[in-house]
Design a protein around this ligand. Structure first.
Ligand code: ZN
Length: 210
């Protein structure tokens, strides 16, 4: 039996984010949890590096590598690590274009919130086990320039990678990378603090089969 998937549209419904169990001087996201109260997901050390398969079209591999690298650098001791793999059957996370593949373009320096969005889907069964590889889809929105799309995609890719490391919910802080939609290009101190707490919390949700 499956629970409903986490369906996290950037412009969508999940609000609030993060699990706050221990004190820290850096504020973290609120502890309310609208989806699965008291449940935590993170990758355990025996599953590192997390294997990411990136759509072979366009610059998806670079987008995924960028997002993974940003999150790796939030940790002091390598609590999270990711690696790109060529075989989607051997992946823990699959990242694909939802519709069209945008051509490469120099990014708009101002960026454009809304020029793209993404969704991360995680299927969890009644025993709190993830049943298959996590799936991320990135989508280009109409009505924006190629430069705006090029500025949007790294930000949204990093945000969706944040979901895949276990930050399942959104921050209520509009300036956090894990707010929805994200307006910044990299994790903030709050994002980092929440991720660090998560990676020192016993998970209740089991990763997908290796
Ligand atoms: Zn999101």
């Amino acid at each position: 039996m499956r629970r409903p998937a986490f369906l996290c549209w950037l412009l969508g419904a999940l609000a609030g984010c993060g699990e706050v169990l221990t004190p820290s001087r850096t504020p973290r996201y609120p502890a309310d949890h609208p989806t699965l109260p008291g449940e935590f997901f993170r990758w355990t050390t025996d599953r590192l590096p997390v294997r990411y398969f990136a759509d072979t079209r366009g610059n998806m591999a670079a987008l995924v590598a960028h997002g993974v690298g940003l999150w790796e650098r939030q940790f002091l001791y390598g609590e999270f690590r990711g690696a790109l793999v060529a075989d989607s059957n051997a992946a823990d996370v699959i990242v694909v274009w939802q519709d069209s593949v945008p051509p490469a373009a120099p990014p708009d320096t101002a960026g454009a919130v809304g020029a793209c969005d993404g969704v991360t889907t995680i299927l969890i069964d009644s025993a709190s086990a993830i049943t298959e590889a996590l799936r991320v889809e990135l989508r280009v929105q109409p009505g924006f320039t190629l430069a705006q799309v090029a500025a949007c995609l790294p930000r949204v890719a990093a945000h969706e990678v944040g979901h895949t490391i276990g930050l399942l919910r959104h921050s209520s802080g509009p300036d956090d990378l894990m707010s929805g939609p994200p307006r910044v290009d990299a994790p903030t101190a709050r994002d980092r603090a929440t991720a660090e707490v998560l990676y020192h919390t016993q998970p209740t949700i089991t990763p997908p089969p290796p």
